[in-house]
Ligand binder design. Sequence first.
Ligand code: NAD
Length: 304
Amino acid sequence: MKVLVAAPLHEKAFEVLKNAGLEVVYEEYPREEKLLELVKDVDAIIVRSKPKVTRKVIENAPKLKVIGRAGVGLDNIDLEAAKERGIQVLNAPAAASRSTAELVFALLLTVARKVAFADRKMREGVWAKKQALGLELEGKTIGIIGFGRIGYNVAKIANAFGMRILLYDPYPNEERAKEVSGTFVDLETLLRESDVVTLHVPLLPSTKYLINEEKLKLMKPTAILINAARGGIVEERALVKALQEGWIYGAALDVFEEEPLPKDHPLTKLDNVVLTPHIGASTREAQERAGVEIAEKVIQALKS
Ligand code: NAD
């Protein structure tokens, strides 16, 4: 059987595929024209957030049985077209949970201790000791919105920092909450009482602009907001206003309404926000896990 790997995967994932006796064809992010040619005789395709597996691609692949996504989001795959053909679509949803949770704390400490700001000043030759007065995390309250895989990992790390944990999730997992000494509360209580608010929900119609002007106004003026979930969960226009007018202390964003973030975006003009280019899953460990997990799942699906 033949597998097309159409995106860079960890070398161990290639080993797993080859050891299972599969013929592996590798082409990094082929354009649609090339992809249409490559899929003609393959049994499986493995992609990341690129390339797009469109209806046309699926129609051009008569033997295709499995589409594997090394990671979480399936936005680049025409799920409807796959379903019509009975093609299985698989992903590796837990591969980046720990890495994303660790990024949350990297961002949180960067905002709390003004690390990025101080670093910028150092490069300008300015010793900004007074302006870099920060906040400590121990004893502070962290509000976790969305207590799934990543939210749970964030809570475990928050425990190590000696933080009090508030949780909000429409499907509360009480057992897990107990494990991390977290307490479920309603969203308004979480926003009013938390020193740190971090988002770990999917982007759905119900979570679009979950954090808007009204919600930002409920937060403490000393609070920090982190979004490493999806752009659009926080209304950026409202956040810019909140940061300019000091409704909150600071924020950090790994995800944006438009990605890549447009040049000269108002967020890039503010000192109390830290920005990263969607790097939650960008660790060697998460990439290895995602690659190996998807390779194993694709093999299993082809064999069954
Ligand atoms: P998950 O499915 O394990 O958890 C999501 C949780 O959100 C669930 O417990 C669900 O009940 C809850 N939820 C749904 N609607 C809600 C609402 N309106 N209010 C509060 N909670 C709600 O997902 P996960 O793996 O923890 O991922 C969380 C988010 O992180 C997703 O948006 C995912 O796309 C994103 N993510 C980002 C990166 C990155 O690179 N920054 C990497 C991986 C995942």
